[in-house]
Design a protein. Structure first.
Length: 514
């Protein structure tokens, strides 16, 4: 029923972004395995390229001297050929933002190799090139791998026969005996405008990175099948490979979306931050407000602002992804040739339509949450700043009154030429105490201005200790004068500082309990 079984493979990887180094490293190893395991060790004459890309391989995204081919937008980079009967070739091409490694394993008639043996040979090469620790599954084995497509190619043995997708026909029966799951009863196949019968036999997940397609041509269609699946006269990617590249980009974007934080989780966290902010700002800034309430409101505002940054990032990435998917969908439609083509082409078309709509919905919801967050955050920021300003004004007023009273008293003493009856040992202590008190007043204002910071609180405690120490010094000097000695003076100052700091800590703990 069929003959000339061959395996065509297209591996697509990114050429930019954070995963470029890993992706190109995988292709480099896979390219080497084509020579070591698959015997493709000879160049192809008169194609203008060698066994390896011109200038070698890129070492990474920060390579100071990238090879010459890194500036190419598209074209053939390297070709490998295997000696012996049949066709064993590998071609490396670039197509804009992707690199494609294509392999054709078409054994000679005397080699007696079918799809199963060819697939095993290629799988062994992939396993050898795969990085250590990589696992198999619907996802890619390496970061930056857009996808891999395996094409099980054959032609009908009867010259007058035409490929048919009838699931009960002789072609379907023959294929099921040669490849697992292809084509199962009820599987959607399609006859392309070129006259090829095509089925997809990949696993079901939409995020699959590996795709398997069976393509059967008519007995006399070898040239057309080669141009559609392997290479054309322009040495660029053939039509089906271009189609599969854009389909791989589509599913790659789907995997990226699946790996990102769920949009409902992001919106729920933002709404929770908004609710907490409204709760705190409703309590603190409407009245004089306590310091603890202002701090809670400020913390809630900072949390919401952090959520806003996440929303902005997700919104812009959703729009970029949506545009990428739209471009891929347009290219898929153009390369398919028939907008109503069924089988795997219809599956890709349905996935593209769904993903475009889904991304648009997500971007709309995220942008709505972002606007809500920005508006509530701006209003809350005004309220918090107003509460801080009111508290600062209150403290400033009190300090101004206290300092004014002290200055007036000193001015009255000086103008009336009144001599304060202080003993000589007490005078330096009193002067130091007044200086420490003025310093503490400025530190208290600083603490009010920045209540959420730790260092103003530490300075206030230090200033309180200084005031306590100087007051203790005044007391020791007033009681004992010089008779107690320097040791008693230091001891009293230390005790005063400790008592002052402990009193402040006790007051702070009481405020927190309230």
């Amino acid at each position: 029923m069929i003959e000339a079984e061959a395996l065509g493979v297209h591996v697509f990887v990114v050429t930019g972004g954070e995963h470029r180094a890993a992706a190109l490293g995988f292709v480099r190893e896979l390219w080497a395995q084509c020579g070591e395991r698959l015997g493709m060790t000879e160049p192809v004459p008169r194609v203008g390229v060698g066994l390896d890309p011109e200038g070698g391989w890129e070492s990474g995204p920060d390579d100071p001297a990238p090879p010459a081919w890194a500036s190419h937008t598209r074209g053939l980079l390297a070709v490998r050929n295997g000696p012996g009967p049949g066709l064993r070739q590998a071609a490396l091409r670039r197509d804009h933002d992707a690199v494609c490694l294509s392999v054709m394993l078409a054994p000679g008639a005397t080699e007696d190799l079918g799809w199963a043996e060819l697939d095993a040979q290629w799988s062994e090469a992939v396993r050898a090139a795969r990085p250590a620790g990589a696992t198999r599954g619907p996802g890619p084995p390496v970061d930056g791998l857009l996808g891999e497509a395996r094409l099980y190619l054959a032609r009908l043995s009867e010259p007058a026969a035409r490929p048919s997708i009838d699931p009960h026909g002789p072609l379907s029966v023959a294929l099921r005996s040669r490849i697992s799951g292809a084509p199962a009863h009820g599987a959607a196949g399609v006859v392309t405008p070129e006259g090829f019968a095509v089925w997809e036999v990949s696993p079901a997940p939409d995020i699959r990175a590996e795709r398997r397609l069976v393509v059967v041509a008519g007995h006399e269609q070898d040239p057309e099948l080669t141009a559609w699946t392997w290479t054309d006269r322009n040495r660029e990617l053939p039509r089906l490979a271009k189609y599969l590249l854009h389909a791989a980009k589509l599913r790659y974007q789907l995997r990226v979306r699946r790996a990102a934080e769920d949009i409902s989780t992001l919106r729920a966290a933002t709404d929770a931050a908004i609710a907490e902010l409204l709760k705190q700002t409703a309590a603190a800034p409407t009245g004089p407000g306590r310091q603890s309430e202002l701090i809670k409101a400020a913390h809630a505002l900072v949390d919401l602002q952090a959520r806003e940054r996440g929303l902005v990032d997700r919104s812009t990435r959703s729009r970029e992804m949506s545009r990428t998917v739209e471009i891929a969908a347009a290219n898929l439609a153009a390369l398919a040739g028939d907008p109503a083509l069924g089988g795997p082409f219809a599956d890709d078309r349905a996935l593209a339509d769904w993903l475009v709509q889904r991304l648009d919905d997500e971007a709309t919801y995220v942008e709505a949450a972002l606007r809500r967050s920005e508006q509530v955050g701006a209003l809350a920021d005004q309220l918090v700043q107003r509460g801080r300003q009111r508290r600062q004004e209150t403290v400033n007023l009190g300090l101004t009154g206290a300092i004014g009273a002290i200055l007036m008293s000193l001015a009255a003493v000086q103008s009336l030429q009144y001599t304060v009856p202080l003993p000589g040992p007490v005078k330096p202590a009193v002067v130091t105490a007044l200086g420490a008190l003025a310093l503490l007043a400025s530190l208290v204002v600083l603490r009010v201005v920045a209540p959420e910071r730790r260092w103003p609180l530490a300075l206030v405690r230090l200033g309180t200790g200084a005031v306590g120490a100087t007051l203790a010094w005044v007391g020791v000097a007033a009681l004992g004068g010089r008779g107690l000695g320097v040791g008693w003076t230091w001891a009293g100052a230390a005790a005063g500082a400790v008592v002052a700091v402990l009193g402040m800590l006790a007051a702070s703990a009481r405020d927190r309990r309230e």
